[in-house]
Design a binder for this molecule. Structure first.
Ligand code: ASP
Length: 357
């Protein structure tokens, strides 16, 4: 850690958005892992090691890998810089670019696995998206950090080392897109960011961990139960734009006009971050039913941290033409709906997707 901070503090790295290959001395006996860097706090830097203010996406992929020389013993590494932004600025354009590149790399026989370094703010969305559209059983592992590279006890270097170890591990195959942070291996389907600052920010409520890792030595407990990878029906081949889906947050005395506004702005779908079991005021519910009649797909999810949003519990989904998100939170419900809306589907078929994914 100290070595990492020292190195990065003394080499304020200039952002270079070009493909780079990390000089690693190819060892034919080692697995090959490609890192796709997108930015985030893991690539963040501050002027001092003990300050909370910093800028995401300042350090490039070569510097991040050079800070963990131990990795040369576990894998041959190549790196590519896809973007260098805080994940609050990850766009669907970047996500589509990532999906395409991962698919190309995974199809190359020599590559064992792929690591994506990414900010944690929208990690849930990118991970879930990739889980649904990348058709490979090779390990695809997202890694981030909560502390910038220049911080005292930066968590990025060990997270990256562990992520590379998991991507190089044949036991990680076929488990879908994974997140490796703070020694935990979790599924893209289950991860939720639960803390704004803690290094233990990702949890998988109710469903638990895929495995754990300690300095790259991993133990796996299970496979995800949802559909993903080759079993997923979604594809973004040839897709350059995704349909607009908005999230509207429900709260006390919620008015209907934000839902109407979203429809008027051209949303093809709306996810409600409902109160409790996907509930909202009667006025908002009427606006949802109006939107549904116009062909806008409405998904009821919840602003509550855990638990399913069930169909026809307090809301008559059958009558109003609504979808229940089941175990997907609003941000993942939005991703699933955007992919679902790439082709026309009846409401029942869309509801089924929430059961399966
Ligand atoms: N805002 C940062 C990002 O998502 C936070 C982080 O990476 O932890 O890029």
């Amino acid at each position: 850690m100290k070595q990492m901070s020292f190195l990065l503090r003394n080499t304020m790295v200039v952002l270079v958005l070009v493909t780079s290959t990390i000089a690693n001395g190819q060892d034919n006996k080692l697995p090959n892992v490609v890192i796709l860097a997108t930015g985030g706090t893991i690539a963040g830097a501050a002027a001092s090691g003990a300050q909370s203010g910093y800028t995401s996406g300042q350090v490039n992929i070569d510097a991040m890998v050079n800070a963990i020389p131990e990795v040369k013993k576990i894998a041959n590494i190549k790196g590519e810089q896809i973007s260098n932004v805080g994940s609050q600025d990850i766009s669907f354009e970047i996500m589509l670019k990532l999906a395409k590149r991962i698919s190309e790399l995974a199809a190359q026989k020599d590559n064992t696995g792929i690591v994506i370094t990414h900010g944690t703010d929208t990690m849930e969305e990118t991970a879930f998206f990739l889980n649904l559209v990348v058709k490979t059983d090779k390990p695809v592992v997202l890694v981030g950090s909560m502390r910038p590279s220049t911080a005292i006890s930066a968590d990025g270097p060990l997270n990256l080392y562990n992520g590379i170890a998991v991507a190089a591990d044949p036991q990680a195959k076929g488990r879908g897109v994974l997140l490796v942070m703070n020694d935990w291996i979790q599924s893209a389907q289950t991860i939720v960011k639960v803390s704004t600052t803690s290094v233990q920010t990702f949890m998988s409520p109710l469903k638990g961990l895929i495995g754990t890792t300690a300095y790259g030595v991993s133990e796996y407990y299970k496979y995800p139960t949802s559909l993903y990878g080759a079993k997923s029906e979604f594809s973004v081949d040839g897709v350059t734009k995704l349909p607009r889906v908005d999230i509207v947050y429900a709260d006390v005395d919620m008015p209907a006009d934000l839902i109407d506004a979203s429809v008027n702005l051209g949303a093809k779908g709306i996810v409600i971050a409902g109160v409790g079991n996907g509930n909202m005021t009667a006025a908002a519910l009427e606006a949802c039913a109006r939107a549904s009649k116009k062909g806008v797909i409405i998904v009821r999810s919840s602003r509550v941290a855990t638990g399913n949003v069930g169909r026809n519990v307090e809301v008559n989904d059958d009558k109003l033409g609504l979808i229940a998100s089941l175990d997907l939170n609003p941000q993942k419900s939005r991703i699933l709906l955007m992919l679902a809306l790439l082709k026309p589907r009846p409401l029942e078929a869309i509801q089924k997707l929430y059961l399966e994914y």
